[in-house]
Design a protein around this ligand. Structure first.
Ligand SMILES: CCCC/C=C\CC(=O)SCCNC(=O)CCNC(=O)[C@H](O)C(C)(C)COP(=O)(O)OP(=O)(O)OC[C@H]1O[C@@H](n2cnc3c(N)ncnc32)[C@H](O)[C@@H]1OP(=O)(O)O
Length: 316
């Protein structure tokens, strides 16, 4: 049976696609500016296509904290209300799409804040995975864990070469929630999803393409956005309501599973992050990331010296 919330969402969709007049769309068309949600999420509507480029903008790595998730959730609401023609999700970083959940939200959490954090993540997933408007991701950098989740929620993925993408949770000693798993199962073959999830595997761009985790490789961010636009344009000839309801029907079991069990999912999350083994794993990971970040200049200097050494050897 469909949940009342889901029926409401469907009804709203029909309302939006059928009854809202072109006046709503004109509002979008007139504005070709960049809107901000606390600067954490930038929205740029293209007046020719009606497509919105939504840019995650939380340097250095777009790790998903409460504020970023709340801003993203509110952007998704706006796109829905404005009957968006399509969304392209990307990042303002030149090397990272999103580093996934902000580990600082999970490690030694404030319980009041972490409740809001997880609820916001649930909101974003439900709104993005079940969006009435078509979505594509221009993955212009690494996309581990939550970064991969948001990319997989989109209907099309274009990625730049030599980055990595995947749900790496098991490598951190944590279990990806069932709705993360469901999103991956909806993207790549079941058997491959099981292997990827249990291994916590991160895929390089080429391998991700072979697996079907991404759909295309682009030369640079501009090319990725262009390829996403070509994908979104394919829907311009398809009646909006039929397209939206087909997508939502396809994804409805996964969405209803979470919609109907949000509190239980929250309790499971609390249970996981209260486990001392999980906290110890996260603590080690935070320390590793910090160390890696501090070692960067040294590693780069070593790489540079190696390069000089190699070229001298070649000359001799
Ligand atoms: C029961 C719970 C279920 C939870 C479900 C989902 C879990 C998740 O989403 S957990 C998040 C998993 N994410 C990762 O494993 C990615 C970790 N990060 C990286 O691998 C690299 O940072 C990345 C490849 C994304 C980028 O590499 P670099 O460009 O080389 O950047 P740095 O590694 O130097 O990082 C810069 C800076 O950012 C901090 N950082 C990185 N990732 C995170 C993160 N996920 N959360 C919080 N902070 C993060 C890193 O520590 C550096 O900070 P400083 O030390 O202050 O410079």
């Amino acid at each position: 049976m469909l949940s009342s919330k889901f029926i409401h969402a469907f009804t709203r969709q029909i309302y939006h696609t059928n009854l809202i007049t072109s006046a709503t769309f004109n509002v979008i068309k007139k504005h070709n500016s960049t809107h901000t949600k606390n600067d954490l999420v930038l929205v740029d509507v293209n007046d020719k296509t009606g497509f919105s480029i939504v840019t995650l903008n939380r340097p250095p790595v777009n790790s998903l904290n409460l504020e970023l998730l709340s801003a993203f959730s509110s952007v998704l609401d706006d796109l829905h209300k404005n009957n968006s023609r399509g969304m392209i999700l990307t990042s303002s970083s030149s090397t990272v799409f999103s580093a996934g959940l902000d580990i600082n939200e999970l490690y030694k959490p404030d319980m009041d804040r972490v409740r809001k954090f997880w609820t916001s993540l649930q909101d974003c997933w439900i709104k993005l995975y079940g969006s009435s408007f078509p979505t594509a991701a221009a993955i212009n950098g690494h996309a581990p864990a939550g970064g991969c989740l948001f990319a997989m929620c989109c209907e099309y993925r274009v990625m730049l070469p030599k980055y990595t993408i995947g749900l790496n949770e098991t490598q951190l000693g944590i279990v990806a929630p069932t709705w993360f798993m469901a999103t991956m199962k909806n993207t790549i073959p079941l058997r491959q999803a099981e292997l990827a999830l249990t291994l916590g595997k991160m895929f390089k761009t080429d391998d991700a393409l072979k697996l079907g985790l991404i759909d295309e490789i682009a030369e640079n961010k501009e090319d990725a956005i262009h390829k996403c636009e070509i994908f979104l344009k394919k829907y311009q000839k398809i009646p909006q309501t039929a397209r939206a309801l087909t997508k939502q029907s396809y994804r409805k079991n996964d969405i209803m599973e979470l919609e109907n069990n949000r509190e239980a999912d929250l309790q499971l999350f609390f249970l996981a992050i209260s486990d001392p083994r999980v906290q110890s794993s996260l603590g080690k990971y935070v320390a590793f990331l910090k160390l890696k970040s501090r070692m960067k200049p040294i590693l780069e200097a070593v790489k540079f010296l190696k390069g000089i050494f190699k070229s001298k050897k070649k000359k001799n």
